[in-house]
Design a protein around this ligand. Structure first.
Ligand code: ZN
Ligand code: ZN
Length: 101
């Protein structure tokens, strides 16, 4: 929940393994599915090989870098009082690292 990197299940598995060495990838997937169903996390739409997850379930916009495929949060003001069920806007382009690379 604390990472802002929109991690893949595989990345989360490697992180959790540091604290729970005998955990299985299947357990990580199962918990991600459960957390998604309970609205605690979001699953981002798959555009590459890996699915990515978001520890912030509130509505916010994403920027996805075309070069490194990382996903960044874009802040959006929510002061309309509208009840938004979901959204699908995503900005694409090159992040700072990839512009200079
Ligand atoms: Zn990039
Ligand atoms: Zn996000």
């Amino acid at each position: 929940m604390s990472t802002k990197s929109h991690p893949t299940a595989e990345w989360l598995y490697e992180e959790v393994k540091k604290e729970i060495p005998n955990i299985r990838l299947g357990t990580v997937y199962r918990n991600l599915r459960l957390m998604k169903r309970q609205g605690e996390i979001l699953e981002l739409e798959q555009t590459g090989t890996y699915r990515r997850f978001d520890g912030n379930p509130a509505n916010h916009y994403h920027f996805r870098c075309d070069e490194c495929a990382r996903v960044f949060d874009e802040r959006v003001e929510k002061n309309t009082g509208f009840k938004v069920s979901h959204h699908r806007l995503e900005f694409r382009g090159l992040c700072r690292d990839c512009q200079t690379a």
